[in-house]
Design a protein around this ligand. Structure first.
Ligand code: CDP
Length: 235
């Protein structure tokens, strides 16, 4: 397929949805941030480092990260039953794996850093939006980090690769159907998370990673700007 491939919302194949981000949105939290990509909005709040409870989960050689991802009941058209479900548990775990590699938690033995992510509006890509918000919120909380983490989803619609899928695109049913590949990485391209929902040939995967890296650089600029704006706006 070619660059003339028509996406439902008219975007180019490598064009991201409009992004906005803000740091410091929840005064009571130690760190907080909002990340919006099109109609997907994630907010993240960080609490800690603080003593790990329950005590038997304390680790004397390092601190730990706990992530809790949830979608608000009315974030999608069909109301979601409140509370934990398998999908939320999986995304919480994946978010932790995506973020942990850049955190210097060994400085906080026996302690825990809690990250709460809420999706207030969902139009696909919520795990990526949550990771982007959480990464900014952790930096805002002053947790020592080697780098920010940036996340984006690359998809395959039939045979065509596109960046930053909407829900409408995720529901694409022509030819080979949809494939969704969320990827998280550091700004220099070290991958900390990659999932694959669908099918793709190995040789196309390198192209996916190249597209993800390019898109992540755009997302990183927005995260960096939001953090700088916060520092600039502090009294
Ligand atoms: O959100 P993300 O793409 O990371 O994960 P997903 O499980 O592939 O979900 C894709 C999209 O399906 C979500 O972003 C929502 O827009 C929608 N969804 C929904 O409408 N109802 C649910 N219970 C779960 C997801």
């Amino acid at each position: 397929m070619t660059k003339e491939f028509k996406r439902p919302d008219g975007r180019g194949i490598e064009e991201l949805r409009p992004i906005s981000a803000k740091v410091g949105i929840i005064p009571n939290a130690d760190g907080s941030a909002m990340y919006q990509s099109g109609n997907t909005i994630a907010i993240a709040a960080v609490y800690g480092p603080k003593k790990m409870h329950p005590q038997h989960q304390q680790n004397p050689s390092t601190g730990q990260l706990r992530c809790n991802y949830n979608m608000l009941s009315f974030s999608v058209d069909e109301r979601i039953r409140p509370g934990r479900n398998k999908r939320a548990m999986e995304i919480s775990e994946v978010t932790k794996w995506a973020l942990e590699p850049v955190l210097m938690l060994e400085e906080f033995p026996n302690q825990v850093v809690d990250v709460f992510i809420y999706i207030t509006q969902a139009d696909a890509g919520t795990r990526c939006a949550g990771i982007n918000a959480a990464s900014m919120a952790l930096a805002h909380a002053g947790i020592p980090m080697k780098n920010l983490i940036t996340s984006i989803s690359v998809g395959k619609l039939d045979k065509q690769l596109v960046v930053d899928l909407t829900k409408e695109e995720e529901d694409f049913h022509t030819g080979e159907g949809p494939t969704d590949i969320p990827v998280s990485m550091t700004p220099d391209g070290k991958i900390t998370h990659l999932q694959l929902d669908g099918k793709i040939e190995v040789k196309q995967l390198q192209e996916v990673l190249d597209m993800a890296k390019k898109a992540c650089q755009e997302v990183y600029k927005v995260q960096e700007k939001a953090l700088k704006e916060f520092i600039g706006g502090e009294d």
